[in-house]
Design a protein around this ligand. Structure first.
Ligand SMILES: C[S@@+](CC[C@H](N)C(=O)[O-])C[C@H]1O[C@@H](n2cnc3c(N)ncnc32)[C@H](O)[C@@H]1O
Length: 414
């Protein structure tokens, strides 16, 4: 008979679902801790766990997945600054914002929030960032603020020169970025978790809910709802977006950023939440000079499995909603099938461009954006996104040409 005691304990303490990380991962962690604590056998280690909450925390540490890096899914940070906080803070010089990164792991996400705001000219005293994770070593590393190569992925590393100093084993974050961020250790399922914390204008809760089973996901989302200001914005990971709709949130309509707001009460039970397609995939601050800070993940161009020829392909507005809600691969297959059945259209190509961009596939994204502009030279979304992409790849002259095209287009239309 399989011994599920350890998996059950981890589920109870931190919400971890054995099915998502695989029972092998739990067995390995138990075996590592058994050896490290010099426990004679699994029974002895189990007894130790019953007697010591410190050892329970050590077992938690052995199973957490701390994978993270700076500017992971750059669209979310762009939307957070360009669509959510930037306009609000610029409109009212006395306003300030509270942000939460939960889970923050080793701190890259929280510090990226700070850099994203600072790059757009928002002074650090205008915002504060709370950052929480269950792992104490992760929090210690975050506080130390020294990062190795693994935290900097992709080609655009300009932000590293602007905000870090080289040190013998990596790069040390400068004080100006560290100042607005406060780290603490915490478990989202602990009774009274952040009970006194008040509410946050922006919460990033990315790549944690996927490790929980459904009841724990619901419990965690209830905590997030309590911590989110009534008009706040919650960013989740792309594979977590589908969950949010079932839990009373609606897409905030920011392309590929997997951002959600509380649903109006009446909409909670509705199976499909109508988001106007135009609003859902609007360019993220296309006219402003985009800070050169986004990163790309080095991974091969994803091949979406083809849509079956006989299947009914959803219309483009539905496909856009799917993509914004995190059903990215389905949306990608749908857009390709749409082109197969109806020929290439600017909207279908734009959607493929946005999906590639969100997946860190800059070359493919640029290719699609250029195709849109070939068919529709004044397409403001393609102009805006391609300009951002070129800037982050260091092609400032190319980006300026697109800005200029956008300006001329605006003049003509006004
Ligand atoms: C993959 S990292 C995500 C980091 C970052 N949000 C990102 O997307 O790059 C997952 C983190 O969730 C944390 N975690 C897991 N269960 C938790 C819980 N119950 N409460 C708080 N943090 C938890 C882990 O310690 C780990 O650092």
């Amino acid at each position: 008979m399989t011994d599920t005691r350890f998996a059950d304990l981890l589920e109870r303490v931190m919400g971890l679902s054995a099915a998502t990380i695989g029972p092998g991962a739990i067995e390995r962690a138990v075996e590592t801790r058994r050896r490290e604590t010099a426990s004679r056998d699994t029974e002895a280690y189990w007894a130790l766990l019953q007697a010591s909450s410190a050892e329970v925390q050590q077992l938690v540490e052995a199973v957490v997945v701390p994978e993270t890096w700076f500017f992971r899914n750059p669209q979310a940070f762009r939307a957070m600054e360009g669509d959510v906080l930037g306009p609000r803070l610029r409109a009212d010089p006395l306003a300030s914002a509270r942000l939460l990164s939960l889970p923050c792991s080793t701190g890259e996400e929280a510090y990226t929030m700070a850099m994203a705001l600072m790059e757009s000219g928002i002074a650090p005293h205008r915002f504060s960032i709370e950052a929480v994770d269950i792992s104490q070593p992760a929090i210690d590393m975050a506080r130390a603020g020294v990062y190795g190569r693994n935290s900097f992925r992709g080609h655009e590393l300009g932000f590293r020169d602007r905000y870090f100093d080289p040190v013998p084993h990596g790069w040390a974050l400068r004080e100006e970025v560290r100042a607005p961020v406060r780290f603490s250790q915490g478990n989202i399922f602990a009774p009274g978790f952040m009970a006194q914390a008040g509410s946050f204008d922006v919460i990033f809760c990315r790549n944690m809910l996927i490790y929980f089973d459904i009841p724990r996901q619901k419990q965690a989302i209830a905590v997030l709802r309590r911590l989110l200001a009534p008009d706040g914005t919650l960013f989740v990971g792309h594979s977590e977006a589908g969950l949010m709709r079932e839990e009373g949130f609606v897409s905030a309509g920011m392309a590929m950023s997997f951002a959600f707001r509380r649903a109006p009460e009446a909409a909670i039970a509705a199976p499909i939440i109508a988001v106007p397609a135009r609003a859902a995939i609007r360019p993220v601050a296309p006219k402003r000079a985009a800070p050169a800070r986004m990163m790309e993940r080095d991974r091969p161009v994803r091949q979406a499995i083809a849509y079956p020829a006989a299947a009914k392909v959803p219309d483009l507005a539905t496909l856009r909603r799917m993509a914004d809600d995190g059903r990215v691969e389905e949306a990608e297959r749908g857009a390709q099938a749409h082109i197969r059945d109806n020929g290439a259209s600017p909207d279908a190509l734009l959607l493929l461009g946005l999906i590639s961009d969100a997946g860190g596939q800059g070359k493919a994204a640029a290719h699609y954006y250029r195709k849109v502009l070939y068919l529709d030279p004044g397409n403001v979304e393609a102009l805006g996104h391609l300009a951002l992409l070129l800037r982050r790849e260091g092609d400032h002259a190319g980006a300026r040409l697109l800005d200029e095209r956008m300006r001329r287009r605006d003049e003509r239309s006004s």
